[in-house]
Write a protein that binds this ligand. Structure first.
Ligand SMILES: CC(C)(COP(=O)(O)OP(=O)(O)OC[C@H]1O[C@@H](n2cnc3c(N)ncnc32)[C@H](O)[C@@H]1OP(=O)(O)O)[C@@H](O)C(=O)NCCC(=O)NCCS
Length: 137
């Protein structure tokens, strides 16, 4: 597995990757993210199999905004490797993220990687609160 920065010409490819379950604005968000945020991709045999979007725009703290792995490559540790890369870029800081309460794969991933829940935000997605997490690096 090879992790590198996403290129602007990979926009159409990244738009087709899985995103958060109820994130209806993900297409416009990924377009925005490629121009303004940090976007890393994981390659398997030269093909993009996963991506992560992060930056320090959450109250000046590092925040994972989006994470997605090709269904053909899920459960191979790709999301874990992408998160590890972001962690290594932010040593000594608190790394934040959030996900819908209904997103059990993401909840399981965050628990396994040592993130702890710090709060909930109602009414972002109706009936499905956004749960915020932190990990001290
Ligand atoms: C969540 C997601 C990114 C996980 O990617 P992944 O590469 O399959 O995750 P990993 O292989 O690194 O998994 C690491 C750990 O996470 C947990 N996990 C991963 N998928 C899980 C699932 N479907 N159910 C429960 N736990 C899961 C497990 O603890 C796993 O460890 P294990 O393999 O030893 O059991 C992927 O399922 C995905 O793309 N989902 C759709 C998009 C999405 O919801 N993104 C999150 C946005 S907030």
């Amino acid at each position: 597995m090879h992790v590198r920065k996403a290129r602007a010409d990979e926009l159409s490819l990244l738009e087709k990757m899985p995103h958060a379950l109820h994130y209806t604005h993900h297409l416009s968000f990924i377009r925005h993210a490629l121009g303004t945020k940090e976007c890393l991709v994981a390659e398997i045999d030269g093909a993009v199999a996963g991506f992560v979007v992060w930056d320090r725009g959450f109250y000046a703290r590092p925040f994972l905004w989006m994470l997605g792995v090709d269904p053909d490559h899920q459960h191979e540790g790709i999301a874990s490797t992408l998160i590890e890369h972001v962690e290594s870029l932010n040593a000594g800081h608190n790394l934040y993220t959030s996900t819908n309460e209904s997103n059990s794969p993401m909840q399981g991933l965050l628990a396994k990687r040592g993130f702890t829940p710090v709060g909930r935000l109602e009414n972002l997605d109706p009936g499905d609160p956004e749960v915020f997490y932190v990990k001290k690096l």
